[in-house]
Each structure stands twice: as C-alpha cells, then as structure tokens.
Ligand binder design. Sequence first.
Ligand code: DGY
Length: 330
Amino acid sequence: MKAAEKRLPRVYVTRRIPPDGIKILQQSGICEIEQWDSDDPVPREELLKKVAGAKGLYCLLTEKIDEEVLRAAGPSLKVVSTMSVGYDHLSLDDLKKRGIRVGYTPDVLTEAVAELTVALLLATSRRLIEAADEAKNGGWGTWKPLWMCGNGLTQSTVGIIGLGRIGEAIAKRLKPFGVKQFLYTDIGPRPEVAARISAEFVSMEELAKQSDFITVCCALTPETQGICNKKLFSKMKNTAVFINTSRGAVVNQEDLYQALSNGQISAAGLDVTVPEPLPLDHPLFKLKNCVILPHIASATVETRNAMAALAANNLLAGLQGEAMPKEVPL
Ligand code: DGY
C-alpha cells in the first residue's frame, strides 16, 4: 500500500521523440514515463488503452486528441503537450471543459519553416525537381532559350496569407532576392509585424490579383479551412506560384488540381496535404508543375530537438501546476 502511494504520476509519450526531449523527461524524476517505442504513430486502440490513468500526455500532430481520448484518459489527465506549433489535432473545447492545460511549440521552429518555405518556393518557381529529372532521364538536349524557364523573384510581389512569426521570417528571407512588394491578408491588420517587413494589408481578392507568389502561413482553424479554393485561384495571375507550408486542409486540393492542370496558375509547392501521406495515385502527383514534400518544414535536427525539449518542459511545468514555457490559452 505504501509503495503504491509513492508512485509518481504517469505520463504517456505517443512516439519515440528526439533525444533532448526524452532526456528532460527522464531526468526530471517527477514522472513515470510510458512510451510508444516506435517511429510510427501509436495505433488508436493502443493510445486509448495507454492513456487511461495518465496525468500527462505528450503527443505529436498525428494523434487526434478528442473527447474519446479524454474519456479514455479519465479525470487523472491534467496536461497535454504537443510537439508541434499547430494544434488543430487537439479538440480545445473538450480540453477546456475538462480543465486540461495544453502546451505547444511555437518560435523554436520559425526559422526552419521559413527556410524550407523559401527552398520550396525556389524549387517550384525555378522548376528544380522537374529540371533535375530531365537531366537524369535523357530530357536534356541542346541548350534552348525557353526550356525550363520559370518565374524569378526580382521585382515581384509576394502575398502572405496569415502574417505571424513564420510569415515575417519568410518575408525577411525573401527580401534580399529583390522582392518589390509584400502584401498580406489576415483576420485583421497586424501593423507591428507588417511595419517590420513593410507589408501592406489587403483583401484576399486583392492579394490574389496582385501577387506573383502566394505563401500560406496561417493556422488551420474552422475559419481558414478550405480558404484557398477556386475563388482564390481564379483571381490569381496565370504566372503565379502558390506555396503552402501550413496545413493541407487550408487548401481545397480539387480546386488546386484544376487550377494547375488548366493553366489558371503556374505552379504549386506543397509541404502539407490531405491526407498525409498523400496516396501515391493522387492526381496532384501526376502534375509536373506541382512539387510535393512530405511535411518536412521543421525538419532540421536542431529544430526537432528544440521542439521535443520545449514540449517536455511544457509537460513538466503542467504536471507541477507551474506556468508553462509555451501554453495554449484556452
Ligand atoms: C508543426 O509543428 O505544427 C509543424 O507542422 C511540424 O513541424
């Protein structure tokens, strides 16, 4: 009986995580850790079983934390910490109702995501994947004046959908390429951020009409679900390039496919899709003017370790009833 009283609160970690994160949890000495010891997501049934009685849940963006999981966890669950900046996989209303605190990982991935967005934009606009394939597969004939021509950033207008930390970091990186003008749209003007990058607040329609490049940086919410759709694509220039490194569901993929295949827009670069992974027979994979990456925007070793560490520190703070380094206000 005495031994049972001394047991530390249990936390369930839904995946193998980068070393900096697991070390922090292990060395804390304040919790008992149980972990899904795999690089693949925990099966739903296993998650429902293992979360029962846990005080803390450390999860990734692949786990849907909804009423069913919270019911399975029971009243012991006090904190959910996700190793991601996005938290559209968490049912915030249900978490709030149960008084469960939520940690997430903003800031530490801003630079890596901005860097990858620029890389994807350049790979898409300058047709790097298509050109490298041609070189490898015998399509490289003589030098031809207009072969493999794309669109340059010099003197261009870049439109940012959702101007937050990541949008700002992307603009700062793109500026030295000679971008003439930054436009942005959001739920309202963000004068402080906008002033730092000299960006002008415009309507979604104006952004579509004027931009040579559009980059999506907003969070996925009920309001942003599917906002990049036929209406947006039909107003874009047919030379324009569309980039998304936020969440796949912000885009209506059927509408994007139509816009890309009928020449409504020039090209698209996607780091995120619905579903993930995108099935191999998906029509978007058939298009030469669509570059698809497997959700790697934050994938640098340092960044993933920093995310893992921040999520661990959020979890530990939540377990002890202290202020979390980064908490989602509910
Ligand atoms: C996040 O953290 O939400 C990104 O999509 C993955 O790094």
